[in-house]
Design a protein. Sequence first.
Length: 378
Amino acid sequence: MTDVFELLGDDLGPLKVIHVREPSIGLKGILVIDNVARGPAIGGLRIAPDVSLMECFRLARAMTLKNAAAGLPHGGGKSVIYGDPRMPPPHKAKLIRCFAAALRDVQDYIFGPDMGTDEECMAWVRDEIGRSVGLPRDFGGIPLDEVGATGWGVFHATQVALPHVDLSLQGAKVVIQGFGAVGKHSARHLCDAGAILVGAADSRGSIYDDAGLDVSALIELKKRGRSVVDHNVGEKLNREAVVDMECDIWIPAARPDVINEANVSRLKTRLVVEGANIPITTAAERILHERGVLCVPDFIANAGGVICAAMEYQNANQAAAFDTIEEKIRTNTQEVLESVDQEGLFPRDAAIRLAERRVKTAMSYRQWSSFSAAPGYV
Ligand code: NAD
């Protein structure tokens, strides 16, 4: 525990760490609120068997930076529940409701969806404590996973980045690791605009076809609870094989640290656009940078979901949210990549500099720099 605090406690945060346990139903969860100088933290609730305090910390910081980089009036936080996300829905509802109820008074955290949670889960949270985003349409929300808000942003980040590696989208070969909410919508937008999906993976395996995979057929399979490897065309491989697939654009949209120092040499691509949060270790990103592979950092490229959530929180409609995602992601990607080109900066350093500048400016306006205890603040 001490190590985590020593490693991650710095002048931005974390502000609060709350461990929630309810043995009677097997609930074990963690909330980390990193920094709320810009406003109440928005961050996803993740359910996975292998989540950890460290992962939660890193994701909370990523949200501080992402919300600031996106210019949103929100700070960063994250919450996790240990468990299999495919558990029976009544049990899942019980765990989520109990977790939310335990955090009812933590007004500076607004729940959003993440891996293992969806619009329905956010509806349970809203019903329980009245504070969540990413709600189902019937409950007044913009269902950001269903409409593909993050994939829309990944698509725009990719479009802006391509000229920086002398590529165009037309005919560009794309590989996507993780064919869930982020991955499948990124694939859809990129292929609608002329790219070719040559490889895709989910937790059960990967599939490859140099001639191009049928994105709609893969989406349909996933909708029916099947895997991309159930597709009847293409070469079926194990899920790690997605790392070796040669392409122009490689999009991680699954788990953290999937590319690290041990496997980064296997990646054969020109551009990586990080749909997942922290999918590549910083050391591996540096190796890619030295090899001339451009990586658009996670909190710049995948901010579409949180921009949509913040727009929902302000009662905006879906069309306005999508316009805002397009405008913000294009501007921020361009700003980061200009610093990379003109100052020779490592892309993550350029992105962190942009975001930290915005967080610190907000902190300078507050009496208590990383939070506000003012009544009626949320
Ligand atoms: P999801 O649960 O909808 O999809 C995840 C996909 O990844 C599934 O298809 C799953 O089978 C696959 N997967 C899991 N482990 C894998 C592995 N080892 N190899 C290959 N595939 C694997 O989740 P999502 O909402 O699409 O989120 C994916 C990532 O994007 C996460 O890192 C999440 O934090 C990040 N993210 C999501 C959003 C959002 O709006 N949903 C926004 C920003 C960032």
